[in-house]
Ligand binder design. Structure first.
Ligand code: ATP
Ligand code: MG
Length: 579
């Protein structure tokens, strides 16, 4: 055991089955082949390489599950490496949150590294490339470099500095490092091929001058390596065998390999897979940062955010996210996954583990006229029908109750089977009650109280004479209820693809104005008074709810994680029906 929690995805679950026999994907197949040919002496080493410029989101969870999950499966190792080559955007706050999120997902890294650990080595390798005539200092500005680069249909032009002598390059690079030149005045470039059909190979920039303080190296450096120059070599230093990244890096692979070949270092292999896109949300740290900075959400951990800290606060479980990531698999083409599918996995997991409770979100008072005043009974309720070990709990019952406003109609429409004048319904875990009348607000005419009688013989939830009721509704005893505020969350964006906007507008124009509804007068059964922050419950008939970070005893705050209705299960059933 290497101390990792097993978090293999359900596709690869069946423990004990021979590796070849399990459902696979193309990355897993590459690893299996490499193991067969003993390419790396049976070693599987991966890494998860976030740039600490924001909080992780559900897209990163997909990468994490692959990097850690595949290494775990084959007894390999995974490093957490912060890709911190861009000091102007990176912060320690992000480093800390990333570590917390990876752990929360249930994974443990073997090595913890920073690309900045390798600045010295990368510098030495750059000098080596200059000496070999493979790199040169270029005085073109960023705009000029772009212009000289050409386009897909037009070859590039050589920089006038391309043929500088080795000694001159060495001297200038040394002086760049010493801080003699202003930002942007010079770069170090690889000398490859300005006519290459791959734009990334047209003398890419390796180093730029940037007088900025780095979150770890402080002011030691004023030249910083570019992603393409740092990434493959960092992989190589860590002897990473399989370096998984998203498809947008496919065109960078020749450059990744070029540096490794020129330097003659460990040949890590880059493998690209599809980026996760989810409907009704955005998976881009830059855009999520904009939502935070412009105040569209309360922070990175707003329960509407697709960040891991946001969905954690919302009540999603790490198990649900891992199951989801396993189910979506990997492919070589980008697509988009229904948010409903993620929610399906959240429901499926919470159904198994969340204790049930009764909560009334929009209370309507019910008085049971034939129930003795001052009497209280403790009724027994099942904690979780999916989990017999969860046992039973006591729920107090008394003369005055709250029910959901939606569970009463004075003039019920045809299909409506819940409480209405003259109608009998069952109270969850309790008696049958029959509505005998209403009390209305004199001014508004609104029903403010429902009068009922109960049948003492139905305490078990059934009538001895076998008569049936068409509905069972939830309730709480008014005198025993605890007050709570509940946040009802909906999609953050109205559009499936929020990046599609009308002309001149940005993605924030697609924000859903109704993504949060705060209900401040909710009434909960008393067992919830001691619910701890992060606690997850199913509120009977309503959905799954989680105790918010801001909740304190006496001022409870819950978030709705997800409603009970599972649209994805329906879609899936429909698809099965068709297929
Ligand atoms: P963003 O655009 O949100 O900043 P990024 O790709 O720049 O994302 P990194 O911090 O560089 O974020 O990502 C770390 C790892 O996570 C990379 O290997 C990256 O490919 C992967 N990753 C990022 N977003 C997704 C996604 N939506 N789906 C799958 N993998 C992702
Ligand atoms: Mg990035």
């Amino acid at each position: 055991m290497n101390g990792k929690m097993s978090a293999s995805n359900p596709q690869t679950a069946a423990p004990g089955a021979p590796a070849e026999a399990r459902p696979s994907n193309f990355i897993r197949d590459i690893i299996l082949d490499d193991l067969k040919t003993n390419k790396h002496a049976g070693r599987v080493q991966t890494r998860f390489p976030p740039e600490p410029n924001g909080y992780l989101h559900i897209g990163h969870a997909k990468a994490i599950c692959l990097d850690f999950g595949l290494a775990d499966e084959f007894g390999g190792h995974t490093n957490l490496r912060f890709d911190d080559t861009n000091p102007s955007k990176e912060e320690t706050e992000y480093v800390d949150s990333i570590m917390e999120d990876v752990k929360w997902l249930g994974f443990h890294w073997d090595g913890l590294f920073y690309a900045s650990d390798y600045f010295e080595q990368l510098y030495e390798w750059a000098v080596q490339l200059i000496k070999a005539g493979k790199a040169y200092v270029c005085d073109l500005s960023a705009d000029e470099i772009r212009e000289y680069r050409g386009t897909l249909t037009k070859p590039g032009k050589d920089s006038p500095y391309r043929n500088r002598a080795v000694e001159e390059n060495l001297g200038l690079f040394e002086r760049m490092k010493a801080g003699e030149f202003p930002d942007g005045s010079r770069t170090l470039r690889a000398k490859i091929d300005m006519a290459s059909p791959n734009l990334n190979m047209r003398d890419p920039v390796m180093y730029r001058i940037l007088h900025a303080s780095h979150h770890r190296t402080g002011d030691k450096w004023c030249i910083y390596p570019m992603y393409d120059y740092a990434h493959g070599q960092s992989d190589s230093i860590e002897r990473v065998t399989h370096s998984m990244c998203t498809l947008e890096f496919e065109d960078h692979r020749p450059l990744y390999n070029w540096f490794i070949q020129q330097l003659g270092i460990f040949p890590s292999q880059q493998i690209e897979f599809d980026r996760l896109n989810l409907t009704h949300t955005l998976l881009s740290k830059r855009k999520l940062l904009q939502l935070v900075q412009e105040g569209h959400v309360s922070g990175w951990d707003d329960p509407r955010m697709p960040t891991l800290c946001g969905i954690r606060r919302r009540g999603y479980t790490p198990e649900a996210i891992r199951n989801f990531c396993g189910a979506i698999g990997v492919s070589k083409t980008n697509g988009s996954i229904e948010l409903a599918m993620l929610e399906h996995f959240v429901r499926e997991d919470l159904n198994k583990r969340a204790p049930r409770a009764m909560a009334v979100l929009r209370p309507l008072k019910v008085v049971i006229d034939n129930y003795p005043e001052g009497q209280v009974e403790e009724l027994e309720a099942v904690n979780n029908p999916e989990d017999p070990a969860a046992g039973m709990r006591k729920v107090p019952f008394s003369r005055v109750l709250y029910i959901e406003q939606d569970d009463f109609r004075e003039d019920p429409p045809k299909q409506y089977h819940r409480l209405s004048p003259g109608r009998e319904v069952r109270l969850r875990a309790g008696y049958f009650i029959t509505c005998t009348g209403v009390v209305k607000d004199e001014r508004t005419g609104e029903v403010v109280e429902v009068r009922c009688t109960y049948d003492p013989a139905t305490r078990s939830g059934n009538a001895p004479d076998g008569r049936k009721v068409k509905a069972t509704i939830h309730w709480v005893s008014a005198a025993h209820a605890v007050d709570a505020e509940v946040g009802i969350y909906d999609n953050l964006f109205t559009k499936e693809d929020p990046s599609q906007t009308d002309e001149g507008k940005d993605f924030t124009s697609n924000l859903n104005p109704n993504s949060l509804e705060v209900l401040s007068h909710c009434k909960l059964e008393p067992s919830l008074a001691s619910a701890a922050v992060g606690g997850r419950y199913q509120f009977e008939r309503l959905g799954y709810f989680c105790v918010d970070l801001d909740s304190v005893p006496g001022k409870l705050v819950f978030n709705r994680t997800v409603a009970l209705k599972d649209t994805w299960a329906k879609i899936e059933k429909g698809q099965r029906g068709k297929g």
